[in-house]
Write a protein that binds this ligand. Structure first.
Ligand code: B16
Ligand code: MG
Length: 217
């Protein structure tokens, strides 16, 4: 039997950090003199920090020098880190620990494939770091999702062929990246938005053991 690997996105799959990203980006937008809505924050899911700031400045119709741009990236992250500091296991999304435990018991290699440069401290804070055999995050990649790089590195680190990897993702770009990597993409969230995924679930509570079992077969 071929070895199977599982790759999890972080924000929107394991924890909901989008609300903290939103508060930090909103603070920056307000300081720069414009509004930033929760609806606009949807555009930021799965998107790199740098690209998020570019979009934010487009929304506010603000041009920045390289120096200002770099300073605002740092400022936003300082505010975001203050929110992360307060995180604990209560912020883990429903049934995620059960799925990780199930896979661990079966000795299935598990990786994180996230755009975030803060992925490791977040996993540490919520107590899930020990489940992961490899962390591939915004610090390890040169190309952002929908480029498959993040997931291909994860597969390599796990020692699993890409076409034997399963990816859980909540962002359209993430599903596209998984598909481009020739992996089995599973959308977590709104199936109308994540229609390119091979399978869709609202969250992990909708996924039963039989489905996971079938993925391992
Ligand atoms: P950071 P994911 C992504 O996480 C977020 O969805 C996205 O909103 C954020 O801009 C990106 O991480 C970068 O995060 O500023 O912490 O490096 O969904 O890829 O786990
Ligand atoms: Mg995500």
């Amino acid at each position: 039997m071929q070895k199977v690997g599982f790759i999890f996105d972080l924000d929107g799959v394991i924890v909901d950090t989008a609300k903290y990203h939103y508060l930090a980006w909103k603070k920056l937008a307000n300081e720069l003199g414009f509004e930033f809505t929760e609806e606009q924050n949807e555009l930021f899911k799965g998107v790199s920090r740098k690209r998020c700031l570019e979009i934010l400045l487009e929304i506010g119709n603000i041009s920045a020098t390289q120096n200002q741009f770099d300073t605002w990236m740092v400022d936003k992250n300082i505010d975001y880190l203050a929110y992360i500091e307060e995180m604990d296991a209560s912020e883990i999304l429903p049934d995620v620990p059960q799925v990780l435990e199930y896979l661990k018991k079966k000795n299935i290699p598990i990786a994180l494939g996230s755009a975030s440069k803060n992925a490791k401290p977040i996993l540490e804070k919520v107590g899930l770091l020990p489940y992961f055999d490899s962390i591939v995050d915004g610090n390890s990649v040169t190309k952002a999702k929908p480029d498959p790089e993040v997931f291909l590195i994860a597969a390599k680190n796990l020692g699993v062929e890409p076409n034997n990897c399963v990816v859980f993702e909540d962002a359209v770009a993430g599903i596209q990246a998984a598909n481009a990597a020739d992996m089995l993409s599973i959308g977590i969230g709104d199936s109308a938005i994540l229609f390119e995924a091979k399978h869709n679930f609202k969250d992990f509570t909708e996924m039963d053991a039989a489905f996971l079992e079938a993925l391992l077969a």
